[in-house]
Design a protein around this ligand. Structure first.
Ligand code: DGI
Ligand code: FE
Ligand code: FE
Ligand code: FE
Length: 187
């Protein structure tokens, strides 16, 4: 399978609304890549594929996490995190995507992680601020993303962590580590 087929195959994994979200993430990620300097081709590919497994059945994702040796602690945390890790694995195997920078941008687009690359930050923030997103705090993150990608990333992580705490949900350790790492770096 080559790149021309990826778009069609990805679209087939999800309902129309999620595909429209994906197209908006591609557009937003292109703007951020242009503004902050990330590889444009990798940005487009990672954004296109980032939610590949979002609508896969949890049973299937559970199976892949176990069979492929993905981080076992995912199973004890929110299922919302699974599609990112499973998606990276599946696009590598099924679509033949072999670029680790692209795969990491997909893998960490939900949880984040410490020392995120420019491409990882672009995809994470684009996903959070694409023009279809509506949640308290989104306009502040959009504003930050006009001038400072790391500040926008920190604000997005803070927002998500607060959201999870307010709902008495667990926070995945990698998300806290991502946030702590940014505080070390940008204060
Ligand atoms: O797939 P999308 O809806 O486009 O967005 P996403 O992949 O960023 O998923 C975000 C959801 O994941 C968001 O509603 C919060 C939820 N979530 C649950 N537990 C965690 C978490 N997000 C992070 N970063 N960390 C968690 O521990
Ligand atoms: Fe996602
Ligand atoms: Fe996200
Ligand atoms: Fe998304």
């Amino acid at each position: 399978m080559n790149r021309a087929d990826w778009v069609e195959v990805t679209q087939a994994q999800m309902p129309r609304a999620r595909w429209e979200h994906t197209l908006r993430v591609v557009e937003t990620a292109r703007e951020l890549a242009d503004r902050f300097g990330a590889d444009m081709e990798k940005t487009e590919i990672a954004a296109t594929l980032h939610d590949y497994c979002k609508f896969w059945p949890v049973e299937k994702m559970d199976q892949i996490i176990r069979a492929k040796g993905l981080p076992a602690d995912l199973l004890a945390h929110s299922k919302e995190l699974w599609h990112a890790f499973v998606g990276a694995e599946v696009v590598r195997e099924e679509l033949g995507v072999d670029d680790d920078e692209i795969l990491n941008a997909i893998r960490y687009h939900t949880s984040g992680r410490p020392h995120m690359s420019q491409l990882e930050q672009v995809i994470f923030v684009a996903d959070a601020i694409e023009p279809g997103r509506r949640y308290p705090g989104v306009d502040g993150i959009r504003k930050r993303a006009q001038t400072n990608l790391e500040e926008a990333l920190l604000q997005s992580l803070d927002n998500t962590i607060r959201f999870l705490i307010e709902r008495r949900q667990k926070v995945y350790p990698l998300t806290l580590a991502a946030r702590n790492d940014l505080i070390d770096r940008i204060g």
